[in-house]
Design a protein around this ligand. Structure first.
Ligand code: SF4
Length: 91
C-alpha cells in the first residue's frame, strides 16, 4: 500500500521528502519562510513555502479532507487525482 513516504499527496510533504539529501543527486532545498507558530497570519501555515499556493491559501486555513481510504490532507487543492491510481478513492 502506498504511504505518505512513497506517495505523498500534500504539496508541503512532497517538498519535504524531495529536500532529503541523497548521495549523487543535487540538493533540492525548501524555499520560503518556516511557519511562525507564535505570530501565525491567516491562511494555510505552509503558504510561504508551497510552490502551489494561490490566493485562497493566503486567506483561509484548509480543512482536513479524505483523499483515499485511510489518508487525508489539509489542502485547498483537489489532490485525489494526484495520488497513485492503485489507491482506492474515498466514496
Ligand atoms: S492549501 Fe495552498 S499553501 Fe497550503 S499546502 Fe495546499 S496549495 Fe499549498
Amino acid at each position: 500500500m502506498p504511504d505518505v513516504f512513497s506517495n505523498p499527496a500534500h504539496p508541503y510533504t512532497k517538498a519535504l521528502i524531495q529536500s532529503v539529501p541523497r548521495a549523487g543527486e543535487p540538493l533540492i532545498p525548501l524555499t520560503g519562510r518556516v511557519p511562525d507558530l507564535i505570530d501565525d497570519p491567516p491562511g494555510c501555515p505552509y503558504r510561504d513555502r508551497c510552490e502551489r499556493a494561490y490566493e485562497r491559501c493566503l486567506e483561509e486555513v484548509p480543512t482536513m479532507r479524505p483523499i483515499v481510504s485511510s489518508r487525508a490532507v489539509s489542502c485547498h487543492l483537489d489532490l485525489i487525482e494526484e495520488v497513485q491510481a492503485d489507491v482506492a478513492p474515498v466514496d
